[in-house]
Design a binder for this molecule. Structure first.
Ligand code: NOJ
Length: 531
């Protein structure tokens, strides 16, 4: 990819690394920056264009780095600033972009800003956070709940006020209505952008602004017992406030001070709300993360509908994107089932829009069962037993069949998947028909055929378990046929343009096969056909 290409983020394939679990080099059981450098050749061979790192900044690790105590440093657990500079240099030399995680909604309670803020009511940093008087009954100021269980207000006995935390009490929310806070975070962005970072994934960007009047949230009439407890109330006044778009437009202007950088927003909202995050006249995030595939039922008609909805809701000129996995949601292999993981890969890499892969999904890593005594995730600790735990999708990368899967020479911070002796990079590289080789072939094909990147998405009517669409640009087209079921299907369609040859099957064994009007797919098979 050309470094000078202004819109590289439209063409590229993104790969999210959870640094704690990628590669350890100093035998402490936790991955580090030097480990990522060592594995750059692997990422180059995979063919991705950008790596996104979950937080690497100094942190007490209450939420594994999403509680930042210093925005412009590197946590010693991960290495040093020199290591980071070396990573950025080596990645760029290899043609890979580097995206960092910006966590502006909250800091750690150990951040000097918060230490100051809580020290007295008249401290100059008091208003950098969200402090409120107790409610009339002496309890919390209102009914807002923490996403990680319990109330969202923590009482501070020294200054006799409550502070707001959307997540852990150790993650106090910054007050984004305060211009000083905004300036401070924008300067932090500039610090990293000057270092050559290619953009940010902005954590919980839709949370930044809360209701100015701190009104109670309404109760959720559809709440079901056993669900995440914070869903008992609807976040009407805590997230997705209209003023958030002004903040994001400011962030975007900071990004635009530098050439060719990207602003990505982490947003869990229904599609019709999500698309607002492109901003008025596209002044917002370049890519508001589209997480719809993380929770859509895995049925051809449901997937067809979410694609159609998304395509029709996108503002003019907005560039789409698709995410198949991340460090907060169960692994795709466990969501869709092992047999469908290849179909999911083909879907991700043939839809219109920037695809984001999550480390390990390319070798089919599944959600690892975590015994109660092994739980590390604070969310699971606070809200046990309802399936919110995120450790199972954060287990160490399975590189080879040696002790600890080549991830570390020490016991890893989270247990390895039981199947790592077979399911590992070395084995997958040796097996010409592995899912890893499918991912590589898909990425190669995407680079070879412009219609897979910039072509339009044209749905083709299909029934049952079949999902069918065409990608076409300037007369060149390919048809993608995916069987989301376990039974073989025979697709007969003149309209689909099913004549040509198979460019790629998810089983990697039919390339070059001629098709004339009818396409037979095995159970759980997907194919790309030349148009
Ligand atoms: C979203 C992050 O992806 C998640 O891992 C984290 O716990 C919350 N934001 C709080 O920062």
């Amino acid at each position: 990819m050309k470094q000078s290409d202004e819109t590289w983020w439209r063409h590229g394939v993104f790969y999210q690394i959870y640094p704690r679990s990628f590669q350890d080099t100093n035998a402490d059981g936790v991955g580090d920056i030097a480990g990522i450098i060592n594995r750059l050749p692997y990422l180059e061979a995979l063919g991705v264009d950008a790596i996104g790192l979950s937080p690497i900044f100094p942190s007490p690790m209450a939420d594994f780095g999403y509680d930042i105590a210093d925005y412009t440093g590197v946590d010693p657990l991960f290495g040093t600033m020199e290591d980071f500079d070396a990573l950025a240099g080596a990645a760029h030399a290899a043609g890979l972009k580097v995206i960092l995680d910006l966590v502006p909604n909250h800091t750690s309670d150990q951040h000097p800003w918060f230490v100051e803020s809580r020290s007295s009511r008249d401290n100059p940093k008091r208003d950098w956070y969200i402090w409120r008087e107790p409610g009339a009954d002496g309890g919390p100021p209102n009914n807002w709940l923490s996403e990680f269980g319990g109330g969202a207000w923590e009482y501070d006995a020294t200054t006799r006020q409550y502070y707001y935390h959307a997540f852990l009490a150790q993650q106090p929310d910054l007050n984004w209505r305060n211009p000083e806070v905004r300036r401070a975070i924008y300067d932090i962005m500039r610090f990293w952008l000057r270092k050559g970072v290619d953009g940010f994934r902005v954590d919980v960007i839709w949370h930044l602004i809360k209701d100015a009047e701190f009104r109670d949230n309404p109760t959720n009439p559809n709440f079901l017992e056993g669900r995440r407890p914070h869903q008992k109330i609807l976040p009407l006044y805590t997230t997705d406030q209209p003023e958030v778009h002004d903040v994001i437009a400011e962030m975007r202007r900071v990004i635009d001070e530098f050439g060719s950088r990207v602003l990505i927003g982490e947003i869990y909202l229904p599609l019709e709300r999500l698309v607002a995050y492109y901003g008025k006249d596209l002044s917002g995030a370049h890519l508001p993360f589209n997480f719809v595939l993380l929770s859509a039922p895995w049925h051809a008609r449901s997937i067809e509908k979410v694609i159609a909805d998304y395509e029709s809701l996108l503002p003019v000129g907005a560039w789409p994107n698709w995410v198949l996995g991340n460090h907060d949601r169960p692994r795709v292999a466990s969501r869709v089932g092992r047999d469908q993981t290849r179909v999911a890969a083909m879907l991700l890499l043939t839809l219109r829009g920037t695809p984001t892969l999550y480390y390990g999904d390319e070798i089919g890593m599944h959600q690892v069962a975590i015994a109660p005594e092994q739980v590390r995730d604070p969310f699971e600790k606070n809200v046990p037993g309802v399936g919110v735990g995120r450790d199972g999708c954060r287990t160490p990368m399975q590189w080879d069949a040696t002790t600890h899967a080549g991830f570390s020479t020490a016991t890893p911070w989270l247990p390895l998947a039981g199947d790592f002796l077979h399911e590992n990079v070395v084995n997958h590289e040796a097996d010409a028909r592995s899912i890893l080789n499918l991912y590589k072939a898909l990425i190669r094909l995407r680079k070879k055929l412009p219609q897979l990147v910039s072509g339009s998405y044209v749905p083709i009517a299909a029934q049952g378990d079949v999902l069918l669409y065409r990608r076409e640009s300037e007369g060149a087209a390919v048809v993608i046929a995916l069987n989301l079921g376990a039974e073989p299907v025979s697709i007969v369609s003149d309209a689909a343009g099913l004549s040509g040859e198979i460019l790629l099957s998810t089983f990697l064994d039919r390339e070059g096969e001629k098709i004339e009007g009818t396409l037979d797919l095995r159970g759980n098979e997907g194919a790309i056909i030349s148009g």
